[in-house]
Design a protein around this ligand. Structure first.
Ligand SMILES: NC(=O)c1ccc[n+]([C@@H]2O[C@H](COP(=O)([O-])OP(=O)(O)OC[C@H]3O[C@@H](n4cnc5c(N)ncnc54)[C@H](OP(=O)(O)O)[C@@H]3O)[C@@H](O)[C@H]2O)c1
Length: 337
């Protein structure tokens, strides 16, 4: 245990399920985090969540929480269309903001945050980058264990046809590409350590919801490097990332939702045995990516060195999503820039 830690005082915008069920219970035990307040559009909901999670203060509006002078950092898990407006309001009030993915609805909207990006920390909450299984995969690639990386394949799906779910509402940023396609894009950007040049997308929209319920894409990183992915809100629950080089392959079996605090493992396959008999399984020590993310963000607020990602990274991510939606409309290749 480190001595002299001054925990960062956090507030939470909304009683969103991801916050109350996953992110907050993971962050709370950290010595770097003091969870002070939670806000909801309904005071009763805020009070209920506060009482369940042992959070001392409940607010009946997001604005009241943002105005709390004790709060240093805000976690924003609002629906996607409210990410930028509330992050901007919080940042203008001097709060650092860890905002859920996708940071915005478009790169243009994300760029509104440039106004505050040199005053406070703003990070898109891609917790997977804080998990040692992703870091280990990238170290193996950097060490040349699979030869030059030329192909990344990602799949991410679940089945959800609840019309009330934020994911199935087109006007507030629903759909597969925003919700989980962002992780597939991130897989390519993280493992190639590069930005893509152009994309082509195939999109199937739900006739009632109007959201993309299945999006597949080819993403060209240049130099013969390809990301291919399918994401869907209406396929069986499944997720996988493969990184394939000339000499071998790395597979992350549960890349996005590994059990919080649990052990994981990734496969290093030198190739040559199609039955997988030459695979070396690499055990990853138990880790909680939500806690690690919250701690890294808090450490950076306290001026310590920790993994973090600037607004420009989130803008680069959004430019890929924008290009994929443009490709849906044009039916062809679209440049990312
Ligand atoms: N990193 C991850 O692992 C992960 C996982 C799931 C989701 N997420 C992200 O987290 C965000 C929330 O997802 P979720 O599944 O937790 O959503 P959710 O349970 O529906 O929560 C969204 C919250 O936003 C508030 N809200 C304000 N305006 C709303 C509106 N017009 N419609 C619905 N809710 C409204 C509500 O809180 P109040 O009623 O309390 O005001 C609601 O509880 C999304 O951006 C999603 O992409 C991230």
């Amino acid at each position: 245990m480190e001595a002299n830690i001054k925990p960062v005082v956090w507030g939470v915008l909304s009683t969103a399920k991801i916050g109350t069920s996953r992110v907050l219970p993971s962050m709370q035990p950290s010595p770097w985090v003091e969870l002070r307040a939670i806000a909801s559009r309904s005071l009763a909901s805020a009070q209920e969540a506060a009482s369940e999670l042992g959070i001392p203060v409940a607010y009946g509006s997001y604005e009241d929480l943002i105005a709390d002078p004790e709060i240093e950092a805000i976690y924003n898990p609002l629906p996607n269309h409210l990410h930028v407006p509330l992050t901007l309001a919080a940042a203008r009030a001097g709060k650092h903001v860890l905002c859920e993915k996708p940071l915005a609805i478009s790169a243009e909207e994300a760029a509104q945050l440039r106004e505050v990006a040199d005053k406070v920390l703003i990070e898109e909450a891609f917790m997977v980058r804080h998990h040692p299984q992703w870091q280990t995969a990238r170290e193996l690639i950097r060490a040349g264990r699979i030869g030059p990386l030329t192909a990344v394949q990602a799949f991410f799906s679940y089945f959800n046809v609840d019309a009330a779910d934020v994911r199935n509402q087109a006007d507030i940023g629903g759909g597969a590409l925003y919700d989980i396609g962002c992780y597939a894009i991130l897989s390519g950007r993280y493992l190639f350590e590069a930005e893509p040049l152009r994309v082509v997308a195939l999109v199937d929209r739900d006739p009632a919801f109007g959201t993309d319920r299945r999006t597949s894409a080819l993403v060209d990183f240049g130099g013969g490097r390809h990301l291919t992915f399918t994401v869907s809100t209406q396929n069986c629950g499944y997720q996988r990332v493969q990184a394939i080089g000339s000499q071998g392959r790395i597979e992350i079996p549960i890349p996005f939702n590994p059990p919080p605090g649990g052990a994981t493992r990734i496969a290093l396959d030198p190739g040559g045995a199609l039955d997988g008999s030459r695979i070396e399984w690499i055990d990853i020590a138990p880790a909680d990516q939500y806690r690690l993310q919250g701690e890294a963000f808090s450490r950076r607020i306290r001026g310590q060195a920790a993994d973090g990602y600037p607004l420009s990274d989130a803008e680069a991510q959004m430019r890929v999503i924008d290009a994929l939606f443009r490709s849906e409309r044009s039916g062809g290749w679209e440049l990312v820039a």
